[in-house]
Design a protein around this ligand. Structure first.
Ligand SMILES: [Zn+2]
Length: 306
Protein backbone atom coordinates (compact mmCIF):
# COMPACT_ATOMS: atom_id res chain seq x y z
CA UNK A 1 0.00 0.00 0.00
CA UNK A 2 1.24 3.48 -0.89
CA UNK A 3 0.57 6.50 1.33
CA UNK A 4 0.26 10.19 0.52
CA UNK A 5 -0.32 13.40 2.44
CA UNK A 6 -2.98 15.80 1.20
CA UNK A 7 -3.12 19.40 2.39
CA UNK A 8 -6.01 21.83 2.01
CA UNK A 9 -4.92 25.38 2.83
CA UNK A 10 -8.05 27.49 3.28
CA UNK A 11 -8.60 31.04 4.45
CA UNK A 12 -9.84 29.75 7.84
CA UNK A 13 -8.14 26.38 8.44
CA UNK A 14 -5.23 24.32 7.20
CA UNK A 15 -6.25 20.64 7.04
CA UNK A 16 -3.79 17.80 6.40
CA UNK A 17 -4.70 14.16 5.85
CA UNK A 18 -3.02 10.81 5.42
CA UNK A 19 -4.48 9.13 2.34
CA UNK A 20 -3.85 5.66 0.95
CA UNK A 21 -3.59 4.76 -2.72
CA UNK A 22 -7.28 3.76 -2.79
CA UNK A 23 -8.32 7.27 -1.80
CA UNK A 24 -9.18 6.43 1.79
CA UNK A 25 -8.58 9.23 4.30
CA UNK A 26 -6.94 7.44 7.25
CA UNK A 27 -6.41 10.42 9.55
CA UNK A 28 -6.86 14.15 9.48
CA UNK A 29 -5.60 17.11 11.45
CA UNK A 30 -6.32 20.81 11.17
CA UNK A 31 -5.38 24.15 12.66
CA UNK A 32 -6.44 27.77 12.12
CA UNK A 33 -4.62 29.33 9.15
CA UNK A 34 -3.95 32.69 10.86
CA UNK A 35 -3.34 34.50 7.58
CA UNK A 36 -2.31 37.65 9.48
CA UNK A 37 0.94 35.96 10.53
CA UNK A 38 2.13 35.93 6.92
CA UNK A 39 3.68 33.53 4.47
CA UNK A 40 6.65 32.16 6.46
CA UNK A 41 4.47 31.25 9.46
CA UNK A 42 1.93 29.64 7.13
CA UNK A 43 4.58 27.47 5.49
CA UNK A 44 6.11 26.55 8.86
CA UNK A 45 2.69 25.50 10.21
CA UNK A 46 1.85 23.49 7.07
CA UNK A 47 5.11 21.55 7.24
CA UNK A 48 4.84 20.90 10.96
CA UNK A 49 1.25 19.64 10.60
CA UNK A 50 2.45 17.13 7.97
CA UNK A 51 5.26 15.93 10.25
CA UNK A 52 2.98 15.71 13.32
CA UNK A 53 0.33 13.76 11.42
CA UNK A 54 2.87 11.18 10.29
CA UNK A 55 4.29 10.84 13.78
CA UNK A 56 0.82 10.37 15.30
CA UNK A 57 -0.01 7.72 12.71
CA UNK A 58 3.24 5.84 13.31
CA UNK A 59 4.59 6.56 9.82
CA UNK A 60 8.08 7.72 8.91
CA UNK A 61 8.23 10.52 6.34
CA UNK A 62 10.13 8.19 4.02
CA UNK A 63 7.09 5.90 3.86
CA UNK A 64 5.15 8.75 2.23
CA UNK A 65 5.16 9.01 -1.60
CA UNK A 66 4.52 12.74 -1.76
CA UNK A 67 2.68 15.72 -0.30
CA UNK A 68 -0.03 17.32 -2.45
CA UNK A 69 -1.26 20.80 -1.56
CA UNK A 70 -4.49 22.49 -2.66
CA UNK A 71 -4.55 26.29 -2.49
CA UNK A 72 -7.34 28.77 -3.26
CA UNK A 73 -5.75 30.75 -6.06
CA UNK A 74 -3.87 30.57 -9.33
CA UNK A 75 -1.11 27.99 -9.33
CA UNK A 76 1.65 27.17 -11.79
CA UNK A 77 1.35 23.41 -11.34
CA UNK A 78 4.52 22.57 -13.28
CA UNK A 79 6.69 24.36 -10.70
CA UNK A 80 4.50 24.46 -7.58
CA UNK A 81 4.40 28.24 -7.54
CA UNK A 82 1.32 30.03 -6.18
CA UNK A 83 0.95 33.09 -8.41
CA UNK A 84 -1.90 34.76 -6.58
CA UNK A 85 -4.42 33.99 -3.86
CA UNK A 86 -7.10 36.43 -2.76
CA UNK A 87 -7.47 34.73 0.68
CA UNK A 88 -3.89 33.88 1.61
CA UNK A 89 -0.62 35.79 1.96
CA UNK A 90 0.86 33.96 -1.02
CA UNK A 91 1.94 35.85 -4.12
CA UNK A 92 4.54 34.38 -6.47
CA UNK A 93 5.75 31.96 -3.82
CA UNK A 94 7.06 28.53 -4.71
CA UNK A 95 5.43 26.59 -1.91
CA UNK A 96 6.45 23.23 -3.42
CA UNK A 97 10.13 24.14 -2.91
CA UNK A 98 9.56 25.47 0.60
CA UNK A 99 7.55 22.48 1.90
CA UNK A 100 9.80 20.04 0.08
CA UNK A 101 12.86 21.53 1.83
CA UNK A 102 11.19 21.33 5.22
CA UNK A 103 9.75 17.80 4.88
CA UNK A 104 12.26 16.30 2.42
CA UNK A 105 9.50 14.87 0.23
CA UNK A 106 8.28 15.59 -3.31
CA UNK A 107 5.52 18.21 -3.26
CA UNK A 108 2.86 19.05 -5.85
CA UNK A 109 0.59 22.09 -5.71
CA UNK A 110 -2.76 22.71 -7.37
CA UNK A 111 -5.82 24.90 -7.13
CA UNK A 112 -8.17 23.81 -4.31
CA UNK A 113 -11.28 23.51 -6.50
CA UNK A 114 -9.28 21.38 -8.95
CA UNK A 115 -8.09 19.23 -6.04
CA UNK A 116 -11.68 18.76 -4.83
CA UNK A 117 -12.81 17.84 -8.35
CA UNK A 118 -10.03 15.29 -8.67
CA UNK A 119 -10.88 13.80 -5.25
CA UNK A 120 -14.53 13.39 -6.24
CA UNK A 121 -13.55 12.00 -9.63
CA UNK A 122 -11.16 9.48 -8.08
CA UNK A 123 -13.56 8.09 -5.47
CA UNK A 124 -16.27 7.97 -8.14
CA UNK A 125 -14.10 5.35 -9.83
CA UNK A 126 -11.96 7.31 -12.34
CA UNK A 127 -14.27 6.14 -15.04
CA UNK A 128 -15.65 9.15 -16.85
CA UNK A 129 -14.10 10.88 -19.84
CA UNK A 130 -15.41 14.23 -18.64
CA UNK A 131 -16.34 15.20 -15.10
CA UNK A 132 -17.14 18.55 -13.50
CA UNK A 133 -17.28 19.35 -9.78
CA UNK A 134 -19.12 22.48 -8.68
CA UNK A 135 -18.79 23.52 -5.02
CA UNK A 136 -21.44 25.89 -3.69
CA UNK A 137 -19.64 27.60 -0.82
CA UNK A 138 -18.51 31.11 0.05
CA UNK A 139 -18.16 31.48 -3.71
CA UNK A 140 -18.52 28.81 -6.39
CA UNK A 141 -15.53 26.53 -6.89
CA UNK A 142 -15.29 24.64 -10.15
CA UNK A 143 -12.99 21.88 -11.34
CA UNK A 144 -13.04 20.20 -14.74
CA UNK A 145 -11.52 16.77 -15.41
CA UNK A 146 -11.05 15.73 -19.03
CA UNK A 147 -9.63 12.29 -19.83
CA UNK A 148 -8.39 11.87 -16.25
CA UNK A 149 -6.56 15.20 -16.22
CA UNK A 150 -7.49 18.51 -14.66
CA UNK A 151 -8.35 21.08 -17.31
CA UNK A 152 -7.70 24.63 -16.18
CA UNK A 153 -6.53 26.41 -19.29
CA UNK A 154 -3.09 26.84 -20.86
CA UNK A 155 -1.94 29.02 -17.96
CA UNK A 156 -3.70 27.32 -15.02
CA UNK A 157 -6.08 30.21 -14.42
CA UNK A 158 -9.12 28.63 -16.04
CA UNK A 159 -12.24 26.75 -14.96
CA UNK A 160 -13.50 29.79 -13.02
CA UNK A 161 -17.09 28.99 -13.91
CA UNK A 162 -18.32 30.88 -10.83
CA UNK A 163 -17.12 34.06 -12.53
CA UNK A 164 -19.17 33.70 -15.69
CA UNK A 165 -21.99 36.21 -16.01
CA UNK A 166 -25.50 35.06 -15.21
CA UNK A 167 -27.13 38.51 -14.98
CA UNK A 168 -25.74 41.44 -16.97
CA UNK A 169 -25.30 44.52 -14.73
CA UNK A 170 -26.19 42.31 -11.77
CA UNK A 171 -24.63 42.23 -8.30
CA UNK A 172 -21.02 43.46 -8.15
CA UNK A 173 -18.49 40.65 -7.67
CA UNK A 174 -15.07 40.75 -5.97
CA UNK A 175 -13.54 39.88 -9.38
CA UNK A 176 -14.61 43.29 -10.72
CA UNK A 177 -17.48 42.19 -12.95
CA UNK A 178 -21.19 42.35 -12.26
CA UNK A 179 -23.69 39.51 -12.17
CA UNK A 180 -21.29 36.56 -11.79
CA UNK A 181 -22.96 33.18 -11.24
CA UNK A 182 -21.49 32.91 -7.72
CA UNK A 183 -23.25 36.11 -6.64
CA UNK A 184 -26.56 34.26 -7.17
CA UNK A 185 -25.89 30.57 -6.61
CA UNK A 186 -23.21 30.28 -3.88
CA UNK A 187 -24.11 29.46 -0.27
CA UNK A 188 -23.35 33.09 0.57
CA UNK A 189 -25.89 34.18 -2.05
CA UNK A 190 -28.55 31.82 -0.67
CA UNK A 191 -28.05 33.27 2.83
CA UNK A 192 -28.42 36.82 1.46
CA UNK A 193 -31.56 35.82 -0.48
CA UNK A 194 -32.99 34.19 2.66
CA UNK A 195 -32.23 37.27 4.79
CA UNK A 196 -33.92 39.56 2.25
CA UNK A 197 -37.02 37.34 2.12
CA UNK A 198 -37.19 37.16 5.93
CA UNK A 199 -37.11 40.95 6.13
CA UNK A 200 -39.74 41.39 3.42
CA UNK A 201 -42.02 38.76 4.99
CA UNK A 202 -42.27 39.41 8.74
CA UNK A 203 -44.87 36.63 9.12
CA UNK A 204 -42.52 34.03 7.64
CA UNK A 205 -40.99 31.59 10.12
CA UNK A 206 -37.63 32.67 8.68
CA UNK A 207 -38.09 36.14 10.19
CA UNK A 208 -36.45 37.12 13.45
CA UNK A 209 -34.10 34.16 13.88
CA UNK A 210 -30.51 33.41 12.92
CA UNK A 211 -30.15 32.80 9.18
CA UNK A 212 -27.83 30.27 7.57
CA UNK A 213 -27.78 28.09 4.46
CA UNK A 214 -30.39 25.73 5.91
CA UNK A 215 -32.94 28.29 7.12
CA UNK A 216 -35.02 28.48 3.92
CA UNK A 217 -34.91 24.69 3.38
CA UNK A 218 -36.20 23.95 6.91
CA UNK A 219 -38.90 26.64 6.69
CA UNK A 220 -40.05 25.44 3.25
CA UNK A 221 -40.44 21.91 4.66
CA UNK A 222 -42.90 23.36 7.18
CA UNK A 223 -44.95 24.91 4.38
CA UNK A 224 -43.60 28.46 4.60
CA UNK A 225 -44.53 30.13 1.29
CA UNK A 226 -41.81 32.80 1.34
CA UNK A 227 -39.18 30.13 2.04
CA UNK A 228 -40.46 27.99 -0.83
CA UNK A 229 -40.08 31.00 -3.18
CA UNK A 230 -36.47 31.46 -1.98
CA UNK A 231 -35.67 27.80 -2.67
CA UNK A 232 -37.41 27.78 -6.08
CA UNK A 233 -35.50 30.82 -7.21
CA UNK A 234 -32.21 29.53 -5.80
CA UNK A 235 -32.68 26.22 -7.63
CA UNK A 236 -33.12 28.18 -10.86
CA UNK A 237 -29.98 30.24 -10.25
CA UNK A 238 -27.94 27.08 -9.66
CA UNK A 239 -29.52 25.26 -12.60
CA UNK A 240 -29.14 28.12 -15.10
CA UNK A 241 -25.38 28.15 -14.44
CA UNK A 242 -25.23 24.37 -14.70
CA UNK A 243 -27.00 24.51 -18.06
CA UNK A 244 -24.17 26.78 -19.27
CA UNK A 245 -21.71 24.10 -18.13
CA UNK A 246 -23.73 21.31 -19.76
CA UNK A 247 -24.17 23.20 -23.02
CA UNK A 248 -20.44 23.97 -23.15
CA UNK A 249 -19.01 20.57 -22.21
CA UNK A 250 -21.81 17.99 -22.22
CA UNK A 251 -19.79 16.25 -19.47
CA UNK A 252 -20.53 12.65 -18.47
CA UNK A 253 -21.13 13.77 -14.91
CA UNK A 254 -21.47 16.87 -12.73
CA UNK A 255 -21.25 16.58 -8.95
CA UNK A 256 -22.42 19.36 -6.66
CA UNK A 257 -20.49 19.86 -3.43
CA UNK A 258 -20.51 22.28 -0.51
CA UNK A 259 -22.69 22.32 2.60
CA UNK A 260 -25.92 22.82 0.62
CA UNK A 261 -25.38 19.54 -1.25
CA UNK A 262 -26.16 17.83 2.08
CA UNK A 263 -29.79 18.70 1.32
CA UNK A 264 -29.41 15.66 -0.89
CA UNK A 265 -31.76 14.26 -3.49
CA UNK A 266 -34.80 16.49 -2.73
CA UNK A 267 -32.63 19.49 -3.69
CA UNK A 268 -30.56 17.85 -6.43
CA UNK A 269 -33.61 16.37 -8.18
CA UNK A 270 -35.14 19.84 -8.60
CA UNK A 271 -31.91 21.11 -10.14
CA UNK A 272 -31.65 18.07 -12.40
CA UNK A 273 -35.23 18.45 -13.58
CA UNK A 274 -34.68 22.10 -14.51
CA UNK A 275 -31.39 21.40 -16.29
CA UNK A 276 -32.88 18.51 -18.26
CA UNK A 277 -35.85 20.64 -19.27
CA UNK A 278 -33.76 23.48 -20.70
CA UNK A 279 -30.37 22.17 -21.77
CA UNK A 280 -29.71 22.17 -25.49
CA UNK A 281 -29.38 18.42 -25.85
CA UNK A 282 -32.78 16.93 -26.66
CA UNK A 283 -32.21 13.39 -27.85
CA UNK A 284 -28.75 12.28 -26.70
CA UNK A 285 -27.86 10.79 -23.28
CA UNK A 286 -28.03 13.31 -20.46
CA UNK A 287 -25.25 14.42 -18.09
CA UNK A 288 -25.52 12.64 -14.73
CA UNK A 289 -26.06 15.21 -11.98
CA UNK A 290 -25.60 14.18 -8.34
CA UNK A 291 -24.47 15.40 -4.95
CA UNK A 292 -20.74 15.16 -4.22
CA UNK A 293 -19.75 12.35 -1.89
CA UNK A 294 -16.71 13.61 0.02
CA UNK A 295 -17.85 17.01 1.31
CA UNK A 296 -14.96 18.69 3.15
CA UNK A 297 -12.40 15.97 2.51
CA UNK A 298 -12.46 16.09 -1.31
CA UNK A 299 -9.67 18.68 -1.46
CA UNK A 300 -7.33 16.70 0.80
CA UNK A 301 -7.88 13.42 -1.06
CA UNK A 302 -7.62 15.01 -4.50
CA UNK A 303 -4.44 16.94 -3.63
CA UNK A 304 -2.88 13.80 -2.17
CA UNK A 305 -3.56 11.62 -5.20
CA UNK A 306 -3.22 13.95 -8.18
ZN1 LIG B 1 -16.88 37.36 -10.41
Amino acid sequence: MKYYIGVDIGGTNIAVGLVDENGRLLAKKSEPTQVERGCDALMEKTASLCVQLCKEQGKNLDEIQKIGIGVPGTVRCSTGEVMYSCNLPLERVNIADIISDKCRLPVTVLNDADAAAYGEYFVDGNKFESFVCITLGTGIGAGIILNGRIYNGFNGAGAEIGHTTLIKDGILCACGRKGCWEKYASATALIAQTAAAAEANPNSIMAGGKIDGQTAFRAAEKGDKAAERVISEYVEYVAEGLINVVNTFQPNKIVIGGGISKEGEPFISRIREYVYRYDYNRYMDKTIISAASLFNDAGIIGAALY
